[in-house]
Design a protein around this ligand. Structure first.
Ligand SMILES: [Fe+2]
Ligand SMILES: [Fe+2]
Length: 338
């Protein structure tokens, strides 16, 4: 097996959406070669579905699938003999690799990296499925805005109430296990105030009650730019809709979308957060790669992000070190407020 077999596998999975050679990059023919920019000078990033860095002819035994490439992922890959990392989110030079260039870091360890983001979206119905519905409408450019995603779906058999949806997403995400992990961590680190993403962002009903019935769902992804006006339009197009699910990103409690949903008589719940996309998209991608490359050993690299008050982070020795560095080198004494 070689690194280029992964490219073939990803091209098979996506039905030919990958970049195969440099000409694909600039000829505008591959609509999945996309530059995303907030307009911040120098911060744009171009997605290139396929091989981003590495030798296509290098031999391959172990593959890791990650959501977002980071220096921790690169270090874990190197330490455990991974030759290929497939990242779902786009890779940026100087950013996805601990602040140095990809080529310097990855060549040191002989790791090849692939990315597969928008070219992977929409290939499977899993996100709706995990949230208890089957989408009969999937718009990836609602109101003509690329990336502004809207699903409209009807509940799966056995889903009757909002509580059924919350219970289902908790089961799929192993929510009990995550809470147990967090309790153990709080105990071991002797810090009851540690928080962790998946526990802090568990599914939640913001409008309605666990016992309220659900039938037709408008499923939105607020971080894609979906607006309150667009929700009103979607409800007008699908008057039978009774419930809004917002997933991947959350809605702040004072968000316009909430007021609009309440005004339209819609219930609203928050589903899985972005931290669970590794299960929603990463795991199916890894499973597909494993099926196409049965001789490879495929691994999931899963992040677990925790928050700890500074006074409890690390151990007493390293806290004292941090304090000394800050006091003696970083903060002029006269700048410290009394
Ligand atoms: Fe995604
Ligand atoms: Fe994502």
């Amino acid at each position: 097996m070689k690194v280029k077999d992964v490219l073939q596998a990803l091209d098979t999975i996506t039905g030919g959406r990958c970049v195969r050679d440099a000409a694909d990059l600039n000829n505008g023919k591959n609509r999945f070669v996309l530059t995303k920019s907030s307009g911040i000078p120098g911060k744009a990033c171009t997605e290139i579905p396929g091989l981003v860095y590495g030798n296509p002819d290098a031999p391959l035994k172990k593959i890791a699938v990650v959501m977002t490439l980071t220096e921790s992922g690169i270090e874990l890959a190197a330490a455990t003999g991974i030759e290929v990392i497939i990242a779902h989110h786009p890779i940026a030079d100087g950013a996805s690799c601990g602040g140095v260039t990809l080529c310097d870091y990855l060549s040191l360890y002989g790791i090849a990296v692939f990315e597969l983001h928008e070219a992977f979206h929409g290939l499977h119905p899993g996100i709706a499925y995990i949230h208890g519905h089957r989408a009969f409408r999937k718009d990836i450019a609602y109101c003509g805005i690329p990336g502004n995603v809207l699903f409209v779906g009807r509940v799966l058999e056995g889903i009757v109430t909002l509580g059924d949806i919350i219970d289902r997403i908790n089961l799929f995400s192993g929510s009990d296990e995550e809470m147990e992990m967090l309790s153990a961590e709080r105990r071991v680190r002797k810090c009851p105030s540690i928080d962790e993403t998946t526990v802090s962002t568990r599914g939640k009903i913001l409008l309605g009650d666990r016992k309220d019935r659900v039938n037709t769902i408008i499923h939105i992804f607020p971080h894609t730019g979906f607006t309150a006006e667009q929700l009103a339009m979607a409800k007008a197009e699908h008057p039978e809709a009774d419930t809004v699910i917002a997933s991947i990103s959350r809605l702040p409690s004072d968000h316009e979308i909430l007021k609009t949903a309440a005004g339209l008589g819609l219930n609203l719940l928050l589903g899985n957060s972005h931290a669970l996309e590794i299960l929603e998209n990463g795991l199916p991608l890894a499973a597909a790669v494993q099926k196409l490359l049965p001789e490879a050993q495929v691994f999931i690299f899963r992040e677990r992000v925790t928050s700890t008050p500074i006074g409890m982070a690390g151990n007493p020795m390293v806290r004292e070190y941090a304090d000394t560095m800050a006091e003696q080198y970083l903060v002029p004494r006269k700048s410290i407020p009394n």
